[in-house]
Design a protein around this ligand. Structure first.
Ligand SMILES: NC(=O)c1ccc[n+]([C@@H]2O[C@H](COP(=O)([O-])OP(=O)(O)OC[C@H]3O[C@@H](n4cnc5c(N)ncnc54)[C@H](O)[C@@H]3O)[C@@H](O)[C@H]2O)c1
Length: 430
């Protein structure tokens, strides 16, 4: 099997297993799929077998044909289990699939979390996955969603066992989101230009959570080849994705009368074009997963800004890219709804405790103090007080505020193409 084939097949397999788990209301509904080298002779007899040779045409993989062949193979496994009478039908799922392709055979191991799926691969444990229910509840609610009126802590169950990706996850808002999602039971891919920072955070979380809670992957969101490689890595590592948080962003504030075009393009390439590249390659993977899991909703969330909702003085490159990205969100939402993909933006206010503002050397507080942007300010505390006073709720936005919005967006299955302000009342709808 080549690297390319896993990105094609693993999401189809993952979708199929998610879809089948729906039928049992299993609380660990999302699945992790681990592709393996799978030497012949080491493939367990219990594996679901699908011959997808006929699904490859001159143009590549015919995903619809592959999806049908996979569904038929899965049904044959279920029939076999039911006929043997050893397990009540519907209470188990296969944990291993053997796939034949024109370029050879591959084996995929399936379980609820990455650690368990990897262990099956290492030990060739193909015993079926035991599910936890029997009723049919075809909705993402199977992942353990809280009842109406439940607390935010319970609401966080909406991401439990899901596979999520956060770009720019090594620091700032991204780090807060990564920490929140990992604490809620998700498997988090931390994708950042700062690979060392992403790896350090992943190690910290894995030891705190006592499981594989996070995996670091390098990416430059403004480089298409890098973004494409990111999604290949995700498919190769875990099979697919449920939530993509496109958070990486930069700010270079400057007057329209002074800003050089290089600096304008730098900001635009990351904040605007970078989001397009993320949605393009994420959308392709999620569409593939949707072919075998048509009822499963997935999410692309762009971390936008209050500056995507109203202009920002001497900060046009940033505000323009953020405004533009809301146009992308609305347009992508219209197109991708067909594949069960919701696309929304979250627009936070200033994260005054984050490094962008508070870094003692390069932070905006120090910069604004030194450039005299805040009239009469003599200390960093004066600059901070000035920005806090602009917010009706008198404080900056926090990671916890953004996490509540993320849980809402994921939980809300009946909304897409929205830009949700999280600004303490600083920006209101008009
Ligand atoms: N900080 C705020 O006050 C604030 C307010 C509203 C919205 N936002 C938005 O939140 C997001 C995060 O902002 P932050 O303040 O936490 O930023 P930050 O500068 O603290 O962190 C940004 C992270 O993104 C990474 N990154 C930068 N360029 C990248 C690229 N090309 N590819 C991959 N990773 C890259 C950095 O290495 C860093 O880890 C941005 O989209 C920003 O516009 C921030």
């Amino acid at each position: 099997m080549s690297f390319t084939d896993h990105i094609l097949l693993a999401p189809l397999i993952r979708g199929l297993w998610i879809n089948a788990a729906h039928e049992s209301s299993d609380t660990g509904c999302p699945r992790v799929v681990v592709p393996s080298a799978g030497a012949d002779g080491t493939i367990p007899a219990q594996a679901v077998f699908a011959d997808l040779s006929a699904a490859w045409t001159g143009d590549g993989l015919d995903e619809a044909v592959a999806a049908k062949a996979l569904m038929d193979a899965y049904a044959a496994w279920e029939t076999g289990v039911a006929q043997k009478g050893k397990q009540p039908a519907g209470l188990t799922q296969p944990s291993c699939a053997r796939i034949k392709t024109p370029s050879g055979e591959a084996v995929y191991w399936i379980d609820r979390d990455l650690g368990s799926a990897r262990k099956r691969n290492e030990t060739f444990d193909a015993s079926p996955l035991v599910l936890s229910g029997t009723n049919t509840v075809p909705s993402n609610s199977d992942s353990g969603i809280a009842a109406p009126g439940a607390s935010a802590v319970n609401r966080s169950l909406v991401v439990k066992n899901k596979i999520v990706l956060v770009t720019g996850g090594a620091q700032g808002f991204g780090e807060e989101i990564v920490r929140g999602l990992a604490a809620s039971g998700a498997l988090v891919f931390i994708a950042d230009l700062n690979q060392a920072g992403a790896e350090k955070l992943a190690e910290t979380l894995n030891s705190a959570e006592k499981r594989i809670a996070a995996v670091a992957v390098p990416v430059n969101v403004s480089d298409e080849a890098s973004v494409e490689a990111l999604f290949k890595t995700i498919a190769e590592t875990a099979g697919g994705l449920d939530l993509c948080v496109s958070n990486a962003g930069v700010l270079k504030a400057a007057s329209v009368l002074e800003q050089d075009v290089g600096s304008f393009k730098f900001v635009t390439d990351i904040n605007y074009t970078g989001f397009f590249l993320m949605a393009k390659h994420c959308g392709r993977l999620l569409r593939r997963q949707n072919r075998t899991a048509p009822g499963w909703k997935t999410d692309i969330i762009q971390i936008n800004s209050k500056s995507g909702l109203e202009g920002s003085n001497k900060n046009g490159a940033y505000a323009g890219g953020k405004f533009g990205a809301i146009g992308l969100v609305e347009s992508f939402a219209l197109e991708l709804v067909e594949y069960g993909i919701k696309v929304n933006a979250i627009c936070p206010g200033n994260f005054l405790d984050g490094p962008l503002w508070s870094d003692p050397e390069k932070g905006l507080f120090v910069q604004y103090l030194n450039t005299g942007k805040v009239p009469g300010a003599k200390t960093v505390a004066d600059v901070r007080a000035f920005y806090e006073a602009k917010v009706p709720m008198k404080r900056g936005c926090t990671g916890a505020d953004v996490m509540r919005a993320i849980y809402y967006v994921v939980e809300q299955e009946y909304e897409t193409g929205q830009a949700i302000p999280v600004t303490g009342g600083q920006v209101m709808l008009h």
